[in-house]
Design a protein around this ligand. Sequence first.
Ligand SMILES: C[S@@+](CC[C@H](N)C(=O)[O-])C[C@H]1O[C@@H](n2cnc3c(N)ncnc32)[C@H](O)[C@@H]1O
Length: 296
Amino acid sequence: MSTSGAAPAPILTDAELKLLQALIYQECGMHFDERRTHFLQDRLLRRLKECRSDSFYAYYRLLISNEGKQELAKLLENLTVNETSFFRHKAQLDLFQKTVLEELLKHKSARREYSIRIWSAGCSTGQEAYTLAMLVTDALAYYYLRNPLPMDLPLPKPLIPPPWRVEILASDISYSVLRHGQEGTYSEHQMSMVDYGFRLRYFDKISDRYGVKKALKEMVHFDFHNLKTEYLPQRNDVIFCRNVMIYFDAPSRAIAVQRLTQHLSPDGYLVVGHSESLLGTRHGLQPIQQGIYQRL
Ligand SMILES: C[S@@+](CC[C@H](N)C(=O)[O-])C[C@H]1O[C@@H](n2cnc3c(N)ncnc32)[C@H](O)[C@@H]1O
């Protein structure tokens, strides 16, 4: 006879699993196939225990209720994979800086349209958005080295030379990663891909961590956006959505690509992970190279 008194863990039936899978899919597009069912079960059980639900069906009822909205957000946070790094897929970013940014600056200058909007969709803890902020800042500085402004800039020189405005939106469905990004401090380990020159120009050392300098931080705005269900930000010159749609199934991916394309400026660019293929999705995009596409 057991004397521990601990109640046995509830069993997850096939019917309950299907209900929960369908709810998660409907809420965020994430698809858990057989290879990822074990992970899903483990996370569901943890949340169920935390909420003291006595069955998976009771937990499901909580998730779909009005009172369960916060719990649904917590569950989704627990299911996301947040792996990221500064300068991730370096070769792709080099290509982006040398071709896409260069073209964008040239065309915008010719049209006297001095604003750039970039969106890191599925930004995790912010390293992608801050990497983009550093790349755009350097690309602008290099552009003005070759095409000097007719007047002297005020000292100390602003990071972004007027009249340019650079806005970088970083969004995710996990509130905890958004908080981390907004705080903008990173460990030595997280900084491993940031070289000496970038560290010097864009970070302050705060005890054993590196904090993004104020001027760079001010370029990046963090916000919650769910690619599956939300109203999404319009007229982006570039959207980075790397390593996010790999967790979607084909129909969700196709819908997301179509929505992202509609939220690009004319001629805008969509950048996905370098090995992610958009083949099979209906889209008005022209492939450039290495996961970089341009709106037709
Ligand atoms: C693996 S990280 C990729 C981070 C960064 N883009 C990169 O490539 O380094 C995937 C991120 O996508 C977010 N995500 C997953 N589903 C999402 C959705 N439906 N809407 C917005 N973000 C989502 C996750 O929370 C996670 O932080």
